[in-house]
Design a protein around this ligand. Structure first.
Ligand code: ATP
Ligand code: MG
Length: 419
């Protein structure tokens, strides 16, 4: 029996990048022989074993055959006579289909090394078309290795897969898994571009795809195109190494601009409110985890108010905190500020750039929230035990006064009627 390192580890070594984990393929062995050597069997669908000492994954060389639509419709075949080349040909990309033997020799039947040198993602064979997850993987790899391009013939194949409806067979969990991983890479805009180039984004998140071609006012958005704005916003979030919920919220914050009637362009009045329902739809369809969904909904709804923070009266600020549940969830409010900062900075075009524009809204609202949170609501409630219906108003008034003091806005008219 012979073992080889395959896939990402070999690719990343050749790229001179750090290697996280090693995938191995074993040729010429039976499951019984693996177990006899102390490996532990873990594969559900096909034989995979964990090394007794390193716990790394060793898969028996296998072939696969498509038998039904969707990514589960595969029949696998493993046997001691399956060759290394047979195992490599079922892999997605040439750069992922290089094997390294224990003595260091490379087996590279599809010139993965050439594609690494050219910085190209190219499919290994037409069997690529049998698994739509591969489209998502190519898009995610593009976000991780932004200098790579997709080979024209691979893009054409992906486009054909999309046209034939393969992408519609993807289960939401798998779409979310790949999208969220791509968002966490260094250049998420590349994922969006690859998904758009083959038409997949229009099938997976049409609410997002339709933003390309929608104009915004050039004075505030030198990039003009709303889709380009989304690319810049997620790349800014990645450059700041922000967490997944913030990146996801930034990506979806302007969905409402996709439903503005064209005769109203480039204005988008009320897009915040319109975006909320669209964000909820996307999140329900992709089964997005609650934390990501809640921040995305909040950001779609409130990013305009956060951006206007310096002009808001203190009472309006306190109401914003209430709607955002900021007293109970201050960390999430900070994420809302971060996502809105991405929105403010991701505006770069021929006529100007907001990439380095200050974002004083953040410090302003953080200071206001700290002051409002210092108000002892419990004490106020105790003092009003006889008139409990007055408690919410009194708590709010105390918070407004605290914010006024903190922001030195003591002389501001405290009139609720104009909100
Ligand atoms: P990462 O650095 O993200 O782990 P990777 O290339 O190692 O990247 P894995 O998901 O660990 O990706 O898969 C290991 C290898 O298995 C890949 O390099 C590829 O050769 C093959 N592979 C994984 N998923 C697929 C797929 N859906 N279709 C074809 N080959 C696949
Ligand atoms: Mg891997």
């Amino acid at each position: 029996m012979k073992t080889y390192v395959v896939g990402g580890a070999v690719r990343d070594e050749l790229l001179g990048l750090p290697v996280k984990d090693h995938d191995h393929v074993v040729v010429g062995a039976t499951p019984e022989q693996m177990v006899a050597q102390g490996f532990r069997a873990v594969g559900k669908d096909f034989p995979v074993f964990l090394h007794p000492a390193t716990q790394e994954e060793y898969a028996l060389a296998r072939t696969e055959r498509k038998t039904a639509p969707g990514y589960k419709g595969f029949v696998f075949h493993t046997a001691a006579d399956v060759t290394l080349e047979q195992d490599l040909v079922r892999r997605d990309l040439t750069v992922n289909a290089i094997a390294r033997a224990e003595d260091g020799t490379l087996t590279d039947p599809f010139d993965g090394q050439g594609d690494i040198a050219r910085r190209v993602f190219r499919h290994v064979s037409d069997a690529f078309a049998e698994d739509p997850v591969r489209i998502l993987r190519v898009a995610r790899f593009a976000a991780r290795y932004p200098e790579f391009t997709v080979a024209p013939e691979t893009n054409a194949l992906m486009r054909r897969m999309v046209d034939e409806g393969e992408v519609d067979a993807l289960v939401p969990e798998r779409v979310w898994q790949e999208l969220s991983r791509g968002l966490m890479e260094q250049k998420p805009s590349r994922m969006l571009q690859v998904l758009r180039d083959c038409g997949a984004l229009a099938r997976i998140v049409p609410e997002l795809d339709c933003l390309w071609g929608v104009p915004q006012p050039e004075k505030w958005h030198p990039e003009v195109d709303t889709g380009i704005h989304m690319e810049q916003v997620v790349d800014y979030a990645a450059s700041q190494e922000l967490e997944l919920p913030v990146r996801f919220a930034a990506l979806l914050h302007d969905l409402g601009k996709g439903v503005t009637p064209a005769d109203k362009w480039p204005a988008h009045h009320g897009h915040e409110g319109l975006g909320v329902a669209l964000v909820k739809e996307v999140c329900a369809r992709l089964k997005v985890p609650t934390e990501c969904r809640d921040l995305a909904v909040l950001t779609a709804r409130e990013h305009g108010n956060v951006a206007r923070a310096l002009e808001l009266r203190c009472r309006t600020v306190v109401k914003l905190f209430e709607r955002a549940d900021a007293f109970r969830k201050p960390a999430r409010f900070l994420q809302l500020l971060q996502a809105t900062e991405c929105d403010a900075r991701g505006r770069i075009g021929p006529s100007g750039s907001f990439a380095d524009t200050p974002f004083p809204q953040r410090a302003h609202l953080e200071k206001a929230l700290a002051a409002a949170r210092a108000v002892n609501a419990g004490e106020i409630a105790l003092g009003l035990a006889e008139q409990p219906q007055r408690i919410p108003d009194m708590v709010r008034n105390a918070r407004v006064r605290a914010v006024q003091a903190a922001l030195a806005r003591g002389d501001e008219p405290d009139d609720d009627s104009v909100d």
